[in-house]
Write a protein that binds this ligand. Structure first.
Ligand code: SF4
Length: 238
């Protein structure tokens, strides 16, 4: 059955479906997408807990599903080590990085520009080079204020479907899935981090908002790097 874009009441589904129902729904979405898009279906793996859960789910649907990782010069050493371990286990995960020179401490003076250069541009390159027609993310609606309005199936860029198969999962359910399936995670979680990003822009925080530790002290606090908000195809620049 082809994927169809239907607007749903995500908040009410988060509360009404149980873990097993959400899991079935997530697997079904990935299966439908793979049936429809085959090799042009790709997982964006940020190496955070949500991404590794989605990557694990996708591999249950088909071991042939490919993925990409966008990394930056500012990732913590634990994340780089975890990335290298993950890629050696799954060589079908391609790594994209932008090494062009940027002003010193751009992450302080203009974090939006820094993220655009180091994260959004390599994501555009991944979409282009891997001939992606449908990309899978680990977005979850309860992660923070900026993630409440997404749908499971979206077409923000014309001709590029975005699938958010674990949009309904809560933080506890991600950890439940990872524990039940013994999926390895970035060791930074053991130190208390709840959302992982680049070293200068990530802090350990408590409270409701899982992303509150991102870009603390800037206008971008708890916000987005841009890969979920900026055009990925139409604005593509080589
Ligand atoms: S998270 Fe921080 S260091 Fe990383 S790309 Fe964005 S602004 Fe730059």
């Amino acid at each position: 059955m082809p994927l169809s874009i239907v607007r749903e009441d995500i908040k009410s589904l988060v509360g009404s479906l149980n873990f097993a129902q959400k899991l079935d729904r997530s697997r079904g979405l990935i299966r439908e997408a793979y049936d429809q898009y085959g090799d042009s279906l790709v997982v964006a793996n940020s190496l955070g807990k949500d991404s590794v859960a989605v990557w694990h789910l996708a591999k249950l649907v088909s071991m042939d599903i490919r993925g990409f990782i966008v990394t930056t010069r500012f990732k913590p050493e634990e994340t780089i080590k975890f990335m290298n371990e993950t890629v050696s286990k799954y060589p079908e995960l391609r790594v994209f990085k932008n090494d062009e020179s940027i002003p010193d401490r751009l992450y302080e003076s203009d974090p939006d520009r820094c993220c655009d250069i180091l994260k959004v541009q390599p994501t555009r390159r991944a979409i282009e080079e891997m001939n992606v027609k449908c990309w899978i993310t680990g977005l979850r609606s309860t992660e923070g204020r900026t993630r409440a309005d997404y749908q499971e199936i979206e077409e923000r860029d014309e001709g590029l479907i975005k699938l958010n198969p674990i949009l309904l999962w809560e933080e506890r359910e991600v950890w439940q899935y990872l524990a039940l399936n013994q999926v390895p995670v970035n060791p930074l979680y053991a130190k208390g981090y709840r959302s992982l990003g680049c070293l200068p822009c990530t802090q350990i925080t408590n409270g409701q908002d899982e992303r509150a530790g991102r870009w603390v002290g800037t206008s971008k606090c708890g916000g987005e790097c841009g890969i979920h908000t900026r055009p990925l195809k139409t604005d593509y620049e080589k």
